[in-house]
Design a protein around this ligand. Structure first.
Ligand SMILES: *Cc1c(COP(=O)(O)O)cnc(C)c1O
Length: 335
């Protein structure tokens, strides 16, 4: 199978499977799992935070962050396209009684700082209490400019808000900018990072923050049923993801550009190359083409895409340059 639907489909590497088989484990609810403890302390140090928490998913890491920064009746400001607004089942509202205040994402993925300023509620009992700004990087495969992050942090500081990063793909952002992940995370009070996407771990995300925030998050994680026992088996693979899979992401980024170029040579597709910054591309599909039919035919040949009016394709460790050639060839034959 050549699977362009998402980087979540990546399988654990051979080295991860070995590490999982041999992982030293204990009961993590007692704080006894050495592999989890090693992962959390390594990540906290590497990304410049007091503490880290290993979670079962990115959705859980974001929810824990929102519930630890905000209380019932508080509000977080985020993008209309934010994963933690649009794609997480409304968890903050359902489980945290926290109101989202979504704002328009600009073409580059940012939210105008003037929009954020205007959305901060005055201290008046008519309003929810604005507590938090939540950004996402990368967002739709796009990298938020470093200068923007610095200004957003300053705004949060001046307005006495906290600032969270949904950094599910922050490693992609760092590789695209040829910087260390910590150069991005330094602007935030908390960060969530997915290890199970482009970094190939089978399961798991991390939440980073100060000691108090992570203590609260640990409590919410327990309440949500997310405290795991011999989780070191998963942490062992996650550790390798951070140690060994980050630099490789540049291949995925090169492959996404290559794929975009190939698609642009076909009349039926149009990709804005300026938007192809990491491992994701969005192609406008001609009205004349029934992409659902194309997707079904490709599937017969072992190629998976998510059919849509805008076609989202994601490159990752389990897609090679020659897989892309196979895909383009199959596509041309179908057209
Ligand atoms: C995938 C993703 C998440 C959630 O991660 P899961 O592990 O799938 O729950 C959160 N934010 C962004 C931006 C993502 O892409």
């Amino acid at each position: 199978m050549i699977d362009f639907r998402s980087d979540t489909v990546t399988k654990p590497t051979e080295k991860m499977r070995q590490a999982m088989a041999n992982a030293e484990v204990g009961d993590d609810v007692y704080g006894d799992d050495p592999s989890v403890n090693r992962l959390e302390s390594m990540a906290a140090e590497r990304f410049g935070f007091d503490s880290a928490l290993f979670t079962s998913s990115g959705t859980q890491a974001n929810l824990l962050a929102l519930m630890s920064h905000c209380e019932r009746g508080d509000e977080y400001i985020c993008g209309q396209q934010a994963h933690n607004y649009k794609f997480e089942g409304g968890g903050a509202a359902v489980l945290g009684s926290i109101q989202p205040q979504p704002l328009t994402n600009q073409d580059d993925g940012s939210i105008l700082l003037s929009d954020i300023e205007a959305a901060i509620k005055p201290a008046d009992f008519h309003f929810a209490n604005t507590k938090l700004i939540s950004l996402e990087n990368t967002i739709g495969g796009k990298v938020l400019p470093m200068q923007y992050l610095a200004k957003a942090q300053e705004l949060a500081f001046n307005r006495r808000l906290r600032i969270h990063l949904d950094g599910a793909r922050v490693a992609n952002a760092a590789v695209a900018q040829q910087c260390d992940i910590s150069e991005i995370t330094q602007y935030f009070d908390s960060v969530s990072i997915c290890l199970s996407k482009g970094l190939c771990a089978p399961v798991g995300s991390l939440l980073l923050g100060d000691e108090l925030l992570i203590r609260k998050a640990r409590r919410w994680r327990k309440m949500l049923g997310g405290a795991m026992r011999q989780a070191g088996i998963l942490a062992a693979a996650a550790h390798i993801a951070l140690d060994e899979q980050v630099e490789r992401l540049s291949c995925d980024h090169d492959n996404a550009k290559y794929l975009a170029d190939q698609l642009n040579q076909l009349d039926e597709f149009e990709v804005d190359l300026a938007q192809v910054q990491t491992n994701m591309l969005f192609a406008a599909v001609s009205d004349k083409l029934d992409i659902g039919v194309v997707a079904a035919a490709l599937q017969q040949q072992g190629i998976l895409i998510s059919a849509g009016k805008t076609l989202r394709l994601v490159t990752h460790a389990d897609i090679s340059r020659s897989d892309i050639d196979v895909f383009i060839k199959a596509l041309k034959a179908l057209l």
